[in-house]
Design a protein around this ligand. Structure first.
Ligand code: NAD
Length: 349
């Protein structure tokens, strides 16, 4: 080991966007999301072990930048993520992200990864995992309202994990629907393009809302929702940014990730603080009931929680061992004498 060439420990495996795409192709997108859902479910089963905090949000007029940390006592993880609904007008993503895992024992990072693609995969895997517990038995048709960046992932995770057969698409922008339909062609799912949210919901047992608008929108009104459906509400994930009319919430049994965060960011920001909700991890461990009758309206008020990102990074880290789809980043200073940081800099001159 010399002052200028760091030891193996000082290198941090980095998964670029390019390598993430290669990893998705190497594994297969549906297998990736099905296996990732197992990782999320395994981590939800050990919920008590984790440090949990609502994410740290920095709001601005156009969007939000958030940090999402957690730790299971052995591994620490965080994600940096933004949400800027106006970005697509300028050819930019609404949501971009990257994240890191670190060893709690040394504090040294052990993985740095792009998470824009990984967030879409983990959000979809979590939606389908929730639907497995909450959607009516035999649900085969989903309305997909909002056909942007997340929409194909949401659809294919439902196909892989609960056997979805048909997706009915609607977006206020017909170009988004056309893009989504084209991407899903040949993926083994029937795709129906619709011209209104009402039309998209015809015959659907699952309704996914995944729109981006920095306001309290009403993508769905109460009269549109029949008994027995499962609503997978993805897009309302910030204060002042919701998708469902309040009356739908009052008729639904509501399932959430981490209540202190969802009360700030989710659809339930429209309800009093003490409105009853069920934590999804409790449904997964069997401590709380999921769907109890065919007539019940279940609502997964998804905002995205740090443990899901932790699970996703853990999954990617395990997969890298077999695929080698990463670069080594020279990210940590590694002087021969740990106390001689200055000497290392001096000698590099
Ligand atoms: P995107 O900007 O790529 O797509 C959003 C789509 O919604 C656009 O095509 C837009 O035309 C459409 N839309 C807007 N208003 C609509 C309306 N009234 N009816 C129908 N369609 C409408 O965004 P994205 O990356 O797909 O993300 C969608 C939403 O999901 C965002 O709000 C994002 O913050 C949220 N999100 C949530 C999670 C989570 O874990 N819950 C994770 C990722 C993204």
């Amino acid at each position: 080991m010399s002052n200028s060439s760091p030891s193996a420990l000082a290198y941090v495996p980095f998964v670029s966007v390019d390598n993430m795409m290669k990893l998705v192709h190497a594994i297969g997108i549906e297998t990736f999301m099905a296996e990732l859902a197992e990782y999320v479910e395994a981590d939800f089963k050990r919920w008590d072990l984790f440090d949990k905090t609502p994410r740290v949000a920095s709001h601005s007029a156009e969007g939000v930048i958030e940090l999402m940390p957690t730790s299971d006592g052995e591994v620490y993880g965080f994600k940096y993520v933004n949400g800027h609904p106006k970005n697509t007008k300028d050819g930019l993503q609404t949501v971009t992200a990257f994240g890191l895992l670190a060893d709690v024992g040394t504090g040294y990072p052990v993985l740095l990864s792009e998470m824009t693609i990984l967030t879409a995969l983990r959000t979809a895997a979590t939606s389908a995992m929730a639907a497995r517990h909450l959607a009516p038995k035999g649900a085969r048709t989903m309305a997909m309202i909002g056909n942007g960046a997340q929409s194909e992932f949401q659809t294919l995770a439902m196909k892989a994990i609960i056997g979805l057969k048909t997706v009915r698409l609607y977006d206020i922008d017909p170009a988004a629907t056309a893009k989504c339909a084209a991407n899903l062609a040949g993926q083994g799912i029937e795709v129906v393009s619709c011209t209104s949210a009402e039309e998209a919901m015809q015959g659907a047992q699952i309704i996914t809302t995944c729109t981006a608008d920095k306001q309290c929108a009403t993508i769905l009104t109460d009269n549109m929702i029949g008994s027995g459906v499962h609503i997978n509400a993805i897009g309302g994930d910030c204060p002042g940014k919701t998708e469902l009319h309040r009356d739908i919430l009052l008729r639904s049994d509501i399932f959430v990730e981490f209540p202190p965060q969802t009360r700030i960011e989710g659809e339930i920001q429209q309800l009093p603080e003490d409105h009853n909700v069920t934590e999804l991890w409790q449904v997964i461990t069997g401590a709380a009931a999921g769907r109890q009758s065919q007539a019940q309206i279940t609502l997964f008020d998804s905002v995205g929680f740090a443990i899901e990102d932790f699970s996703a990074l853990r999954y990617v880290r395990d997969k890298l061992k077999d695929t080698g789809l990463y670069e080594q980043l020279d990210m940590l200073a590694d002087p021969d004498d740990p106390r001689d940081l200055f000497g290392m800099v001096l000698r590099a001159g």
